[in-house]
Write a protein that binds this ligand. Structure first.
Ligand code: TPP
Length: 625
């Protein structure tokens, strides 16, 4: 059936009796593709019926359907003309795992970071009105994304504006792991409101036992359930904000969803539809462990087992383990996470040290200012947040932490290319927001040893510090590990006398390979691994600059505001020649793809770096002679 659906119009023509089989086909397609390419499995299996219903009732691209975070857009992509390309999901030059307006006119808004869809929806509504247009705007937001502060700002504004719009709260009780917070408890209360469930059971069992008229009455009661429920289940929260509330509705009952959507389509006011879904619905392993199958690398469908387990050390796990050891003697250490305890490697803390880990949900701004408060009170908070998600807490880091010189340690995971998640998830801006912050110490370890040392140094300081690292450590030889020990000083990884390549963090691996390629061509390039970026290691830097050999920098980061530009500024202020070339990401957003492909796309792999250095060095020699 999927082959024949090219647009929502094709879906609308289908007989309702076919929809259950279609849902099965969609689940199987998603399962096959994600098992090969990796991706967000459980969330997508949970929204199959919802997406079918949305596309049978509404008509994108005129109507705008915004998926919050956007990781649950696979079903939507399959039904809006991307079935043919679906096998390329998240692959280099294939279709994106998130909504992507450049990819299709059916995707109205870029997504990837949570809790933005209601704000974007309000904006579209206002644009619609001022431009005298007529279309529907629907935001689909999970209970996890609903923990993000922007949602409250948007609900507050939308409710009072009375703008006609629909917010669908997709409540599966889960963020990536179990959801947190008071609103999540409220949704659970709405879902399982005891009074209503008891009354429903009672009435049904009485009617069932009445001869003759019982069965027709039961049918009538089933039809009127929604109305009767409203007498017993009162939403207070959304109504108080100015929304009309519908629900809770079974999110796997396509017919019920279609019926409600058709009804609210005619309303001229802000509406919330609260639906209950099951994460991973239809695939047993994902139903049992929705957190594991939230975002999963390639796996075997039959067993659910991951195809290739990484043999690399995870920086996050190393940091969590090291801090757990330290917390035994230092009672001031406490961890702050923003809905990513698993991803950041801190899941163990929930069992082993539950009193000293605080998962605040998808609320990075709150997490940072809360950490500032904890530091003010005497704790040594460690905020473990991905580089890309911490972007939205820039102001809190600058004003609440740095301006008060508070000892908050930021552990910024997933620095550099994130790979298949794409532009919204790459950690390519971290240094550009950290380096201008007065008093912030900044580390980019190349190995786990440097990471733990950096943690120790940072905790001994009386001010803020940030440690940025990707998911895992490269495979270093023992000899290299010995050279990489010191986190405070820049380490020479390879000797050389013709030029120097200063590399930041794990990309030192490419620098070492470039050294080998250049050596083969008679160019002796000294390679440094620079871990502590701020303050610069001037004890190593000054003698190098005085040598007068050409200097190059290499970083997996945006060029503007990165290490290279920071070093250039230092050279200018201290009257040294600037580095000859800065190897970094040029002024662009980098798409999704395998990390190796992205390194090569941006000219940051060993071969490209060596080729450029050779060209620049030869140019220099030619100029000199
Ligand atoms: C700002 C930000 N922080 C963290 C994340 C990581 N993240 C992606 S999906 C997700 C959970 C979303 O839960 P929910 O909205 O309930 O959707 P579900 O997957 O349960 O359907 C999180 C924490 C993100 N994308 N953006």
């Amino acid at each position: 059936m999927l082959e024949r659906i090219h647009s929502p119009e094709d879906l609308k023509k289908m007989d309702p009796g076919q929809l259950e089989s279609l849902a099965g086909e969609i689940r199987s397609e998603i399962l096959q593709t994600v098992s090969r390419n990796g991706g967000h499995l459980a969330s997508n299996l949970g929204v199959v019926e919802l997406t079918i219903a949305l596309l049978r009732v509404f008509s994108p691209p005129e109507d705008k359907i915004l998926f919050d975070v956007g990781h649950q857009c696979y079903v939507y992509k399959l039904l809006t003309g991307r079935y043919d390309r679906f096998s390329t999901l998240r692959e280099w030059q294939g279709i994106s795992g998130f909504p992507q307006p450049q990819e299709s006119e059916y995707d109205p808004f870029t997504a990837g970071h949570a809790s933005t869809s209601i704000s974007a929806a309000v904006g579209l509504c206002r644009s619609r009105d001022l431009l005298h247009q007529d279309y529907h705007v629907i935001s689909v937001v999970g209970d996890g994304a609903l923990t993000g502060g922007m949602c409250y700002e948007a609900l507050n504004d939308a409710g009072s504006s009375k703008e006609p719009m629909i917010v669908i709260v997709n409540d599966n009780g889960m963020s990536i792991s179990g959801n947190t917070g008071a609103l999540s408890k409220y949704l659970t209360y709405m879902r399982v409101s005891k009074g209503w469930i008891n009354i429903k059971k009672g009435i049904s069992s009485v009617l069932e036992h009445i001869p003759l008229v019982g069965q027709p009455m039961l049918k009538a009661f089933t039809g009127a359930k929604d109305h009767i429920r409203n007498i017993f289940v009162h939403d207070k929260y959304f109504s108080a904000l100015g929304f009309r509330y519908f629900g809770p509705i079974d999110g796997h009952n396509e017919a019920a969803l279609e019926k409600t959507l058709t009804r609210v389509r005619t309303l001229r006011e802000p509406v919330v539809i609260h639906i209950i879904t099951q994460k991973g619905h239809g695939y047993q392993p994902a139903e049992n462990q929705p957190d594991v199958y939230h975002g999963i690398p390639p796996f075997y469908v039959e067993s659910g087992a991951v195809r290739r387990l990484s043999s690399k050390k995870s920086f996050g796990h190393e940091a969590a383990r090291h801090l757990l050891d330290k917390s035994e003697t230092d009672q001031r250490i406490a961890v702050v996470c923003a809905a990513m305890t698993d991803g950041t490697g801190f899941a163990d803390w929930k069992q082993r040290c539950p009193d000293r880990i605080f998962d605040v949900g998808i609320a990075e701004e709150h997490a940072v200012t809360m950490a500032a408060g904890m530091a003010k009170g005497g704790l040594r908070p460690v905020a473990a947040i991905y580089d890309t998600f911490l972007q939205r807490a820039y102001d809190q880091m600058l004003v609440d932490v740095c301006q008060q010189k508070l000892p908050v340690l930021f552990l910024m995971d997933r620095a550099g290319f994130s790979g298949p998640d794409g532009a919204t998830h790459h950690g390519l801006f971290g240094l550009s927001y950290l380096l201008p912050m007065p008093d912030m110490r900044v580390y980019c370890p190349a190995c786990a040893g440097q990471l733990t040392e950096a943690i120790d140094y940072a905790l001994r300081q009386d001010g803020p510090a940030a440690i940025r690292y990707p998911r895992s450590e490269p495979h270093w030889t023992e000899a290299d590990e010995a050279l990489l020990r010191d986190a405070e000083r820049w380490n020479v990884l390879r000797e050389g006398s013709d030029c120097a390549l200063l590399s930041v963090g794990t990309i030192a691996e490419e620098a070492v390979q470039a050294h080998g390629l250049l050596a083969g061509e008679g160019i002796s390039c000294r390679v440094y691994s620079c871990c502590r970026i701020k303050p610069l290691d001037t004890e190593t830097l000054e003698p190098l600059l005085k040598e007068g050999i050409p200097v190059f920098t290499l970083e997996e980061h945006q060029k503007t505001g990165g290490f290279g530009t920071y070093l250039t500024l230092y050279c200018q202020q201290h009257h040294f020649p600037a580095p000859v070339h800065l190897f970094a990401v040029e002024d662009r957003f980098v798409p999704h793809g395998d990390r190796r492909e992205l390194l090569s796309l941006c000219g940051l792999d060993a071969a490209a770096v060596a080729a450029s250095i050779r060209r620049l060095m030869n140019g220099k020699t030619e100029n000199h002679t």
